[in-house]
Design a protein around this ligand. Structure first.
Ligand SMILES: NC(=O)c1ccc[n+]([C@@H]2O[C@H](COP(=O)([O-])OP(=O)(O)OC[C@H]3O[C@@H](n4cnc5c(N)ncnc54)[C@H](OP(=O)(O)O)[C@@H]3O)[C@@H](O)[C@H]2O)c1
Length: 257
C-alpha cells in the first residue's frame, strides 16, 4: 500500500465499478482520505460486499452504466442527497478478448455499451455538476487505450475512445474549471485477468515486458487516481497517465540483451 496522503474531507466522490478490483481500491483510498464515496455497479451483492470493507462513509447504487437514463438518475440522486459532486471516477468496463473474426455483434454491442456509451453517459451527466464545484473527472483508461494488444481489438478500440474522450473533454471543460484526466494501467491483478495471473508461464511472460518486473496491484493504480483528482494536480489536465511500470516506454521490440 502506498503511503501517499491526500485530503478529500467534505468531498463527494462517485466511483463506477467501485464494487471490485481497481475501482474498489480507489473507493477505499478516497474513504481513507476523508471523502463520502458512492460506488456504482450492476450487481447488488458485489456492492454490498464492498460496502462492508468501505465502512459507513460509503454508499452504493446499482446502475448499468450503458443506460443513459439510469446514469442521469444516479447523478441526480447524488446531488439530491449530498448537494454536490466533486470527483467522478469513470472506471466501470468490461473486457472481451478475441480475434475480430471470433467476436459476435452481441459481444461488440455489450462491450461498446459499457466502455464507450457508459463513459459518454457519465461524462454528459456529471461534467455540469463538476463545473459547479470546480471538480475533477478521472477515467480508468489502459495502456490498451494507447496502442494495440494481440487478440484484443474491440477492447483496444473502446479504451482508445476513452483516451480521446478524455483529451477532447479536457479542452472543452478546462475553461469551465473541470480537469479531465485518465490513468492508463498495464495488466493489474484483478479477477478479469486471473487467467494470466494464475498461469505461472503466462504470468512470467507478462512480467518480462514490465521494466519494474512485476504485474501491478490495485493499490499501485489507486493513489495515482487520487493524485489526479487532488489539488496537487491542479495544473494537470488532459493527460492519459501510464501507470504501467514502464511498459509503454518500450518500442515493443523484443529484448536482445
Ligand atoms: N485489470 C487490468 O489488467 C486492467 C488494466 C488496465 C485497465 N483496466 C481497467 O480498469 C478498470 C477496472 O477493471 P478491473 O480490472 O478492476 O475489473 P473488475 O474488477 O471486473 O471491475 C470492473 C467493474 O465494473 C463494473 N461494471 C462492468 N460493467 C458495468 C456496467 N455496464 N455498468 C456498471 N458497472 C459495470 C463491474 O461490476 P458489475 O459486473 O457488478 O457491474 C466491476 O465492479 C476497467 O476500466 C478496466 O478496463 C484494468
Amino acid at each position: 500500500m502506498s503511503n501517499a496522503t491526500f485530503d478529500f474531507t467534505g468531498k463527494v466522490v462517485l466511483v463506477t465499478g467501485g464494487g471490485s478490483g481497481i475501482g474498489l481500491q480507489i473507493a477505499k483510498d478516497f474513504v481513507r482520505a476523508g471523502a463520502d464515496v458512492i460506488i456504482a455497479g450492476r450487481t447488488r451483492s458485489r456492492l454490498d460486499a464492498a460496502l462492508t470493507e468501505l465502512g459507513p462513509r460509503a454508499t452504493a447504487t446499482t446502475v448499468d452504466i450503458g443506460d443513459g437514463d439510469a446514469v442521469r438518475e444516479v447523478v441526480a440522486a447524488i446531488i439530491g442527497r449530498h448537494g454536490r459532486l466533486d470527483v467522478v471516477v469513470s472506471n466501470a468496463a468490461s473486457y472481451i478478448p478475441g480475434d475480430i473474426t471470433a467476436i459476435t455483434p452481441a459481444d461488440w454491442e455489450q462491450l461498446r455499451r459499457t466502455n464507450i456509451d457508459g463513459f459518454f453517459h457519465l461524462a454528459q451527466a456529471a461534467l455540469p455538476e463538476l463545473a459547479r464545484t470546480g471538480g475533477s473527472f478521472v477515467a480508468t483508461s489502459s495502456v490498451s487505450g494507447l496502442r494495440g494488444d494481440w487478440g484484443s481489438a474491440i477492447y483496444n478500440a473502446s479504451k482508445g475512445a476513452v483516451s480521446l474522450f478524455v483529451q477532447a473533454l479536457a479542452l472543452d471543460w478546462g475553461a469551465k474549471g473541470v480537469r479531465v484526466n485518465a490513468v492508463a494501467p498495464s495488466i493489474t491483478n484483478t479477477e478479469p485477468v486471473a487467467g494470466v495471473t494464475g498461469d505461472e508461464a503466462l504470468r512470467r511472460q507478462f512480467e518480462a515486458r514490465v521494466p519494474l518486473g512485476r504485474i501491478a496491484e490495485t493499490d499501485d493504480i489507486s493513489p495515482v487516481v487520487l493524485f489526479l483528482a487532488s489539488d496537487a494536480a491542479r495544473y494537470v489536465n488532459g493527460v492519459i497517465l501510464p501507470v504501467d511500470g514502464g511498459t509503454s516506454a518500450s518500442t515493443g521490440q523484443a529484448r536482445a540483451a
